[in-house]
Ligand binder design. Structure first.
Ligand SMILES: [Fe+2]
Ligand SMILES: [Fe+2]
Length: 258
């Protein structure tokens, strides 16, 4: 089995580029299951229902998200109703949506979880305990587990991956929009990469027009962030799993850039 996880999709150009090529990418690379982080898929941040539905119709099996998912109201009911989109599980329990889902991929039950870091981010519930509780609750109900750690600090992403090494098949980081070159199989067999990178415009700062970000950082005043124009690159990672006696051990993790 091959799983492709894609980093934060940024703006309409990111959605367009992904939707135009994802079925072809799946075919060319023999991908069985795709997750993609949709928290910035709407123009001007957040994710709207139409973009989420388009991504799901274009080859994404499950959408993960993060701190920006709350920006568009029309996604709230979709978060509640669709089993194919998740938000970080450690938000207060009355937040819309859920933090994990189990989806069938050709007979293999894939548990997709999403958690948010708390270092240099909102003070949400402890992400370690939240993941522990979810694994306990879903025990026996899945074959393969995937975790999107939406976090700012590289240490927090690595600590979560190490903490659940051998318990979660594939742990990847999102949120910082820059792909890291540390993809590896951890000592107890989990695949890990600190950040998948983004599916967004190259000539930008994290997907935003460079001059907007420079102005904001120099002036300290509010600046409207506009999506950068130009060519889009898709970033992520592909994990290949074997199959032995009902378990699916990680054989390989490779960075994905297209
Ligand atoms: Fe993001
Ligand atoms: Fe984020």
């Amino acid at each position: 089995m091959k799983i492709l996880a894609l980093g934060d999709i940024v703006g309409k150009s990111g959605v367009d580029a992904l939707c135009a090529t994802l079925w072809e990418i799946r075919r060319e690379n023999g991908i069985d299951f795709v997750t993609a982080n949709c928290e910035n898929a709407a123009e001007g941040n957040g994710v709207d229902k139409a973009s989420a539905e388009r991504l799901l119709a274009s080859g994404c099996d499950v959408l993960t998200s993060g701190n920006h998912v709350w920006k568009r109201n029309d996604i709230y009911s979709f978060l509640d109703d669709s089993p194919y989109i998740v938000r970080p599980m450690n938000y207060p329990s009355d937040a819309p949506g859920k933090g994990w889902t189990v989806v069938d991929a050709r007979g293999i039950r894939v548990l997709v979880m999403n958690v948010q870091g708390t270092v240099y981010m909102e003070s949400l519930d402890d992400p370690f305990r939240a993941v522990e509780r979810t694994l306990e609750r879903e025990k026996g109900g899945y074959d393969v587990a995937v975790l999107d750690v939406h976090a700012e600090a590289t240490s927090e992403k690595a600590a979560l991956a190490r903490c659940f090494d051998g318990k979660i098949t594939f742990v990847f980081g999102t949120h910082t929009h820059v792909q890291t070159a540390d993809e590896r199989i951890l000592p107890n067999g989990s695949a890990f990469i600190t950040d998948l990178g983004m599916c967004g415009p190259d000539d930008s700062i994290l997907g935003v027009k460079c001059d907007n970000v420079i102005r904001k950082l120099r002036s300290k005043l509010p600046v409207r962030f506009e999506p950068a124009p130009g060519k889009v690159t898709l970033h992520g990672a592909v994990v290949t799993l074997g199959h032995k006696g009902g378990v699916y051990p990680v054989e390989k993790i490779e960075r994905f850039v297209k």
